[in-house]
Design a protein around this ligand. Structure first.
Ligand code: NAP
Length: 508
């Protein structure tokens, strides 16, 4: 890795504390930071370097996946951190910052490669990018990169406006848009797994697949984010970005694609093939929900409109489910069902591929068994990949029993999404970031849904907190003869069952 100065806007904020510092610490321990590296934290708070370092240390002790007890590691790590007071709108603060960076680059004889990380509210993205440009911070004789957090716009037009403004200071290849679902280890391994695992290669073809289900359930409610969430809803907060990115990552794996085709080109092709919805048709394939009072893991919780900061008559969506079709030869006839919501029964992000023709028709008729074979990707908080299929139980010739094969080796402590993403940004590897084409095409696809919700063309379906969403979301699948997997107690128990060891060699 090349020498790098990491310039962190929002260094005093929540995301930096919970995710960024612990990720940097673990990269440091794993020797995955550049040899020549330092970080300047920015915020309006009048902190000294010592106060900043003490805060970083606290955050690591509280949130790092590894214990931070070894002073031989912690001390040199904390010495990489400096602090500078900066108000995003004050130009003189950027000039002061430039002087500080240049001085440090000279002292350490660093090439002026600068990574600007915007861990601040989206209202500052444009101002900060413009000030980086105007102050000369971005015009040194090295590379510059902009890492930017979500949300990227609140509709198609605002996203285009923001992108145009960012492009005045940073070219597309210099912009790394974070979607932390793309940093999750299982998501990052999808392509390798598909290309190297002989069983999966054989199974993973559109003609064998009945349907694909992508679920991201949260048990939390709106928390302290009422002001933002009541204007965003599940459609902007989760669906337009994380859910569509998961769909792209899964759907790009066409078996005969040339290996050197870049992932962003393949992802764009998926979005271009996604059958568009017209505003008046949204009601047929999208379910809009909002939670009412209920019980989460034994604790009673209030309904959405009784949450602090939410208007009693709010029509905001806290749940969305949709049926999508990809019009290409590989996925022809395979429906994709996506759902995400707050205050759901379980916190879980999961992709289920349901296969056709579980049994030869003669067996199926004899046994009465309709249980299909499944490929399940547990993305978080549990991680793993498993195959579930039904095998004939020899001693009882009419019986079929479920077999659960674990395709993941026991990997122990795995890296966090932010470790993967920060490491990639430091290396300049854009594969697991959202390219503008994908962001724009996602907004294009979602825009009719936003408009249909705005005009109340889609009824708001209420669901009890602690459930799996409104009953209408089940009907969406039942119309096609399917159901959401792992919503019933029996299926959940089978899902938590330990898998049998996988005897084939896999690179995963
Ligand atoms: P936060 O806790 O409110 O922190 C905001 C940061 O911005 C603080 O460090 C604050 O520092 C700084 N700031 C505010 N006004 C400023 C100004 N005028 N000039 C310079 N700095 C200013 O927010 P957060 O939760 O860390 O979120 C940061 C970004 O990450 C947002 O875009 C958010 O949507 C995104 N994000 C957050 C999470 C999460 O889990 N927290 C998850 C995904 C995405 P001072 O008060 O010291 O100025």
């Amino acid at each position: 890795m090349e020498p790098t100065t990491f310039i962190l806007f929002g260094a005093t904020g929540d995301l930096a504390k919970r995710k960024i510092y612990p990720a940097l610490y673990n990269l440091f321990v794993d020797n995955l930071l550049p040899q020549s590296f330092f970080l300047i934290g920015l915020g309006r708070r009048e902190w000294s370097d010592e106060t900043f370092q003490a805060n970083v240390e606290r955050s690591i002790r509280e949130f790092s996946r590894r214990e931070a007890e070894d002073p031989a590691l912690l001390k040199p790590f904390l010495r990489l951190f400096r602090y500078c007071v900066l108000d995003a709108g004050r130009q003189e603060d950027y000039r002061k910052l430039l002087q500080m960076i240049e001085q440090r680059e000279q002292e350490l004889r660093l090439a002026p490669n600068r990574l600007f990380y915007l861990s601040v509210g989206p209202e500052f993205f444009e101002t900060i990018a413009a000030n980086i440009q105007e102050s000369g911070l971005g015009s040194a004789d090295g590379w510059k990169r902009l890492v930017i957090e979500k949300p990227f716009g609140h509709d198609l037009q605002s996203a285009r406006d923001l992108n145009r403004k960012l492009n005045k200071a940073f070219a597309e290849h210099e912009i790394f848009r974070i979607d932390h679902y793309l940093g999750k280890p299982i998501v990052q391994k999808l392509e390798v797994l598909h290309q190297t695992d002989p069983i999966l290669r054989e199974l993973w073809t559109g003609r064998r697949i009945a349907n694909v289900q992508i679920t991201a359930g949260e048990t939390v409610g709106v928390e302290e984010r009422a002001g933002y969430y009541d204007h965003a809803g599940a459609v902007r907060d989760m669906f337009q970005n994380h859910m569509l990115q998961l769909l792209m990552m899964l759907a790009v794996h066409f078996p005969n694609d040339s290996a050197d085709e870049m992932s962003r080109v393949k992802k764009r092709k998926v979005m271009e093939a996604l059958r568009p919805l017209r505003k008046q048709d949204v009601v047929e394939s999208v379910i809009r929900g909002q939670y009412t009072a209920g019980t989460i893991q034994g604790t009673p919780v209030t309904g959405y409109t009784s949450e602090p900061g939410i208007a009693q008559q709010s029509m905001n969506d806290t749940f969305i489910a949709a049926k999508l079709r990809i019009d290409d030869s590989f996925w022809d006839g395979v429906p994709f069902y996506i759902r995400t919501g707050k205050r759901m029964r379980e916190k879980s992000t999961r992709i289920v591929i349901e296969f056709k023709d579980a049994l030869m028709p003669s067996f199926a008729a004899k046994s009465g068994s309709k249980a299909p074979n499944l490929l399940v990707f547990e993305i978080g908080p549990k991680e793993g990949i498993s195959l579930r299929f039904h095998k004939k139980d020899a001693p009882h010739t009419e019986e079929f029993e479920p077999v659960h094969v674990d395709l993941t080796a026991n990997r122990g402590d795995v890296q966090e999404a932010y470790e993967n993403l920060i490491c990639d940004a430091l290396r300049g590897d854009p594969r697991f970031f959202a390219h503008w084409d994908e962001v724009e095409l996602s907004w294009v696809w979602v825009q009719p849904i936003l408009e249909a919700f705005e005009d109340n063309l889609v009824p708001l379906r209420l669901y009890e907190a602690g459930s799996y969403g409104p009953a209408e979301s089940d009907v969406l699948l039942a119309e096609d003869g399917y159901h959401w997997w792992f919503d019933t107690k029996t299926e959940q128990e089978s899902n938590t069952k330990e898998g049998e060891p996988y005897a084939y060699h896999t690179n995963y």
